[in-house]
Design a protein. Structure first.
Length: 422
């Protein structure tokens, strides 16, 4: 029994000593540390755009930079550069090496691509984090043009070369038959103008075999810049922010706000007319802004008696209790229906249940709906002003008599129109 206890104690001691050895040998630099290990981490941080001077002294600025990096990568935020933080920094540095984007085609193999690009299968696999040599058509591969950077903490010159290579990194793409500048930009999530500027192109004409430089955009910087622009715009009563929707064009946005295309270009440093869904544009010198839902922000589309309010009711035709998501206003057929606010017509035509219907988008997710008309007077995509005639009332769709159904929606949620009318 005593012998077994002795062996158990020895095993526990060995495990304890082994854990201490592993902990001691693990890489770690923290506040007030000095030396080459600290400088290595600082060089990585600076190369990736963080505020860290490579002086070999681990101060508060370095600690804050590490915390920012850890937070952005969903790591445990402690301000200490341990193995996980260091390895992820090295990985991100290696990805900033100049490389060529290769789109895998039918019949391609990793070995064939490696031979044609004067590289090796191992190098391409490491650079793309591949666990298998299997590739498939349509897959993107990064082919390094410089040797993958392998930094060693006790090698000052290697760490320095890593930073300098990363700072001068480029991404290349060889145009293939059928490629267009817009398709390349969409695939790489880049604005067309950025690609044109990076290659000094005067037009969007490209040809097969042409090599393009694809700009490396710092997503963090872009995000910060975008946030700053929006903050600046929101802080001024003379500026508003418009989020580009699918189908938008600079000309239609200009008409929506009563401004001109040149003013929008100048406010957003645009060199052309290309914009993409999701872009945020600053609008200045506008004559009309987007609707802000408050009492009196809308006008009555027709003058008449309200026959059914917003809320629960027994449907006059279906005879079941249903929620009525607008106002029914009794008016004679042929009454002119006016836009409650200015905006863009996103629907004009027949709609099941509603008959002939017009829907106007007023920005910020706000829409107004005009239903059961006998005739629509505006086309989808057209811009309308507050008070402009958009339809003639009627009795189409599920209706028991001539009237206008008027609805207000925000992000597709029905609201009570009475709250925003005079």
């Amino acid at each position: 029994m005593g012998k077994n206890n002795f062996l158990t104690t020895i095993i526990i001691l060995l495990v304890f000593l082994l854990s201490i050895t592993i902990t001691v040998s693990a890489f770690q630099v923290k506040l007030n540390d000095r030396g080459r290990d600290v400088m290595e981490i600082q060089k990585y941080l600076k190369t990736l755009g963080y505020n860290a001077a490579p002086d070999g002294i681990f101060g508060r600025s370095t600690e804050n930079a590490i915390k920012d990096f850890q937070r952005s990568q969903n790591l445990s935020v402690d301000g200490i550069a341990g193995d996980n933080t260091r390895q992820l920094l090295k990985k991100m540095i290696s990805e900033k090496v100049s490389y060529e984007l290769y789109l895998v085609d039918n019949g391609d193999t990793l070995s064939g691509i490696a031979r044609s690009k004067d590289s090796s299968v191992k190098e391409i696999m490491e650079f793309n984090n591949l666990s298998s040599v299997k590739i498939k058509p349509g897959q993107d591969l990064k082919i390094p043009r410089d040797k993958i950077i392998k930094t060693v903490s006790n090698n000052k010159s290697t760490a320095g070369s890593a930073a300098s290579k990363a700072e001068n990194a480029q991404v290349y793409y060889t145009v293939r038959r059928g490629d267009t500048l817009s398709s390349i930009a969409a695939r790489r999530n880049l604005p067309v103008e950025e690609i044109m500027n990076a290659n000094n192109l005067n037009s969007d004409f490209i040809k097969a075999g042409q090599e393009l430089v694809l700009p490396i955009i710092d997503s963090k910087a872009v995000k910060n810049n975008s946030s700053a622009k929006i903050k600046e715009a929101n802080s001024s009563s003379k500026q508003i922010v418009h989020q580009v929707q699918r189908g938008d064009a600079l000309s239609s946005i200009a008409r929506l706000y009563g401004t001109n295309v040149d003013a929008i270009r100048r406010a957003n440093n645009l060199s052309g007319d290309r914009i993409f869904a999701g872009d945020k544009l600053i609008i200045t010198d506008y004559q009309r802004g987007p609707v802000s839902l408050e009492r009196g922000s809308l006008i009555w589309p027709v003058n008449g008696r309200i026959t059914s309010n917003f809320g629960w009711r027994v449907h006059p035709i279906k005879k079941t209790r249903l929620f009525h998501n607008g106002l029914d206003i009794a008016v004679p057929s042929g009454t002119r229906v006016k836009a409650a606010a200015g905006g863009k017509v996103v629907h004009s035509g027949w709609m099941n249940g509603f008959g002939y219907t017009v829907i106007i988008d007023h920005g910020r997710g706000i829409e107004t709906l005009y239903a059961h008309n006998s005739k629509v007077s505006v086309a989808k995509g057209s811009m309308v002003n507050k008070g402009q005639v958009v339809a003639l009332s009627g009795n189409t769709g599920l209706s028991t008599g001539p009237h206008l159904h008027f609805g207000v929606l925000q992000n597709e949620k029905p609201l009570n129109p009475k709250n925003y009318l005079p």
